[in-house]
Ligand binder design. Structure first.
Ligand SMILES: [Zn+2]
Ligand SMILES: [Zn+2]
Length: 209
């Protein structure tokens, strides 16, 4: 904008070593953030791997909002809008613009970066993300039904993006574990496990009493 005072949020620092897991799985950063454990070490590890990912938003707060969005809580849409519109960053920059105006450095009407731009000739809005979490959350919004939570109660990484629907578990390990747990529970209760678990066995037709 050529006014000499740049209030834009700084570009994320370029990672010296880009996260190798992100190269294999485009949801790696977003799911790791949602699954982040409640300790400082995990948070540090995450931000070393994905520098600048949450912009000016505190990592743990970003994680909590992301979880509510993922679970489709009543404020999911509102929280997603706040992250995608950079509401948190914008309120900070707006304060700094106001300070600039008060100090006489900045002219009133100094504009803040908008999260959208207009492509007039293609007749569309274009979303302009500034941090990785905005880019990925926008991608998740486009496939929001695939944002799933693993149904296994003690799953260590329950937030996942399903490749196909329906999906109840985050992966094979949890699905197998869940089958084993169900079987154990049936055995403990003295009942037989559900029949459908046996469906792949040969010669089932001839087994009728
Ligand atoms: Zn990654
Ligand atoms: Zn799981």
């Amino acid at each position: 904008m050529g006014n000499g005072h740049d209030y834009r949020i700084p570009e994320p620092t370029v990672a010296v070593q880009p996260c190798p897991l992100c190269a294999k799985d485009k949801w790696h950063a977003l799911t790791s953030l949602a699954n982040l454990r409640n300790d400082g070490r995990s948070a540090n590890q995450f931000s070393n791997r994905h520098p600048g990912y949450t912009g000016s938003l505190w990592i743990m707060l970003a994680r909590d909002y992301l979880r509510r969005i993922w679970e489709g809580k009543e404020d999911a849409s509102e929280l997603a809008a706040r992250i995608l519109c950079g509401e948190f960053a914008r309120s900070e920059s707006s304060t700094s613009v106001e300070k600039g105006i008060m100090a006489g450095i900045e002219k009133p009407g100094a504009s803040l970066p908008l999260p959208i731009s207009i492509d007039w000739s293609h007749q569309e809005f274009v979303y302009r993300w500034q941090f990785g979490v905005q880019r990925d959350l926008y991608q998740l919004l486009l496939v929001s039904k695939r944002a799933r939570k693993c149904e296994r109660a003690n799953c260590p990484t329950p937030f996942f993006v399903a490749k196909k629907l329906p999906r109840r578990y985050c992966g094979k390990a949890c699905a197998d574990e869940a089958v084993a747990e169900t079987k154990e529970a049936y055995e403990a209760s003295g009942n037989r496990p559900p029949r459908r678990e046996k469906k792949n066995r040969k010669g089932r037709k001839g087994q009728r009493p």
